[in-house]
Ligand binder design. Structure first.
Ligand SMILES: Nc1ncnc2c1ncn2[C@@H]1O[C@H](COP(=O)(O)OP(=O)(O)O)[C@@H](O)[C@H]1O
Ligand SMILES: [Mg+2]
Length: 440
């Protein structure tokens, strides 16, 4: 047979052989390698179309920050860092298939900048990321490091994070590959060396190792049914381009920083240096280095994968005061709303607010303490209120007690004409409800 008569691939010209089977069409043939190549090309069209769909959602870092400002008070540095990181992540995404714009002569691959957020408990780490998730245009998943286990152990293994991300992307693998993942409480994965109470056993390090692979870039296989099962169809998610943000309180980290920058004064007696004022936790955290995180118990490879480290400040009295009233979902707004639902006006005086902030400071749980203090102060009133139909208003004030101390007290105001208000739970609202349900 003449050589030219041998069937060959119409695209690359490869000749048919037992190792190179061909698919025949009406007028031509195609080999496996060309099918694969064509598939890649078609997939990249899909990615480009998706990029175009996403482009209008791109906002400037200033806009991201403005959104964060609505919910998160203070923490300017962390907000800016996150805003820039998300913006850059988007830029990489939108330009991934563009020709290089710079004059370096070759394609410069932009590396993603994963972020590690450290900061005391209750200072807004989780809040920041939750708020960000609301305004992002890319899929977003959040995981708690404390629930993660090494593969093979009981619990969620790290792959479950990607399953969640894929869910957030509506099952679209390409979209999920550009997503953002937040891993909370990574400090709990630390391996505590020497004495002390172990926060987590050695398996914490195993989870760090497993996360490391994922952060670096790996292919995670997820079966469509959600379970690992040889027969079910698999989706493969490449984690190379996923942006990872890790957060944790890292208790005691400031002591490690402190001992590094201010070695213990060993002088005794006349040689002892006069004690300088101890730097605040905010000052200490500003000089945080990756080495301190290593000392804390994170493995160097893990730290190395999070090139941007940002820290959240401890909240002071003035910030706590603002947190009470300013954010979109400020606690004071929430309680006022709760009272308003029952037809009662709630007023909280400035003195009371300041006292609440003081009390929260003393609890050392950041802004978390605010809710506990406010809840305790209003507890009794909230218990009695629904059974006091003449109640019209409550004022939470700081009052002097007979023993000279001060405490929060609720002063109540009843209806002057003794009329009863319409409140939820009482009969008039049943009528209201029926009117409402007509609307739905
Ligand atoms: N900077 C802040 N601005 C507004 N609210 C805050 C701030 N920090 C904490 N909060 C409030 O305190 C609570 C706990 O914050 P969270 O973000 O969960 O703290 P953590 O840093 O421990 O993750 C949240 O409900 C949040 O509303
Ligand atoms: Mg948190």
């Amino acid at each position: 047979m003449d050589k030219t008569d041998k069937p060959c691939c119409s695209f690359c010209g490869a000749e048919k052989s037992p190792t190179v089977p061909l698919i025949a069409g009406n007028d031509g043939r195609i080999c496996e390698a060309c099918v694969k190549l064509a598939h890649q090309v078609v997939s990249s069209w899909g990615q480009r179309r998706k990029n175009q769909q996403m482009a209008p959602q791109l906002r400037t870092p200033a806009e991201y920050k403005r959104h964060l400002d609505e919910s998160v008070i203070g923490q300017e540095a962390a907000k800016e860092t996150l805003a820039v990181a998300v913006y850059n992540h988007y830029l990489r995404l939108l330009n991934c298939d563009r020709e290089p714009v710079c004059q370096l002569g070759e394609q410069v691959e932009l590396e993603k900048s994963n972020i590690l957020m450290a900061g005391p408990s209750g200072t807004g780490k989780t809040l920041l990321v939750r708020t960000l998730a609301r305004i992002l245009g890319v899929p977003f998943a959040m995981a708690d490091a404390t629930t993660l286990t090494q593969a093979g152990y009981v619990g969620d293994d790290v792959d479950s994070i990607i399953t969640r991300l894929l869910d957030a992307a509506g099952g679209d693998v390409q979209l999920a590959q550009w997503g953002i993942v937040y891993i909370d409480e990574v400090d709990k994965l630390a391996k505590r060396s020497g004495g002390g109470t172990a926060v987590r056993d050695i398996s914490g390090e195993g989870v760090q190792q497993a996360l490391l692979k994922m952060v670096e870039g790996t292919e995670v296989r997820i079966s469509k049914s959600g379970r690992r099962n040889e027969h079910s169809e698999e989706q493969v998610v490449d984690t190379r381009n996923i942006l990872f943000i890790a957060g944790g309180a890292f208790p005691g980290l400031e002591a490690l920083v402190s001992s590094r920058i201010q070695p213990k004064n060993t002088g005794i007696g006349f040689h002892a240096q006069p004690r300088r004022e101890a730097p605040s936790i905010n000052e200490l955290m500003a000089s945080l280095l990756p080495d301190d995180l290593h000392e804390f118990g994170l493995i160097p490879e893990f730290i190395g994968r999070f090139p941007i480290i940002t820290f959240l400040q401890e909240l002071d009295h003035a910030t706590l005061l603002r947190i009470l009233t300013e954010p979109r979902n400020a606690l004071v707004k929430q309680y006022k709303q709760l009272f308003a639902y029952q037809g009662i006006e709630l007023v909280i005086t400035d003195a009371a607010l300041s006292y609440i902030a003081d009390q929260a400071l003393a609890r050392k749980t950041g802004a978390r303490g605010l809710r506990a203090v406010l809840e305790a102060a209003l507890q009794q009133t909230m218990f009695n209120m629904p059974s006091q139909p003449q109640l019209r208003g409550c004022t939470l004030d700081l009052v002097e007690r007979e023993d000279g101390g001060r405490s929060l007290e609720v002063l109540t105001r009843m209806a002057e004409d003794g009329s009863e208000r319409i409140q939820s739970g009482s009969s008039p609202v049943v009528e209201e409800k029926s009117v409402l349900s007509a609307d739905f």
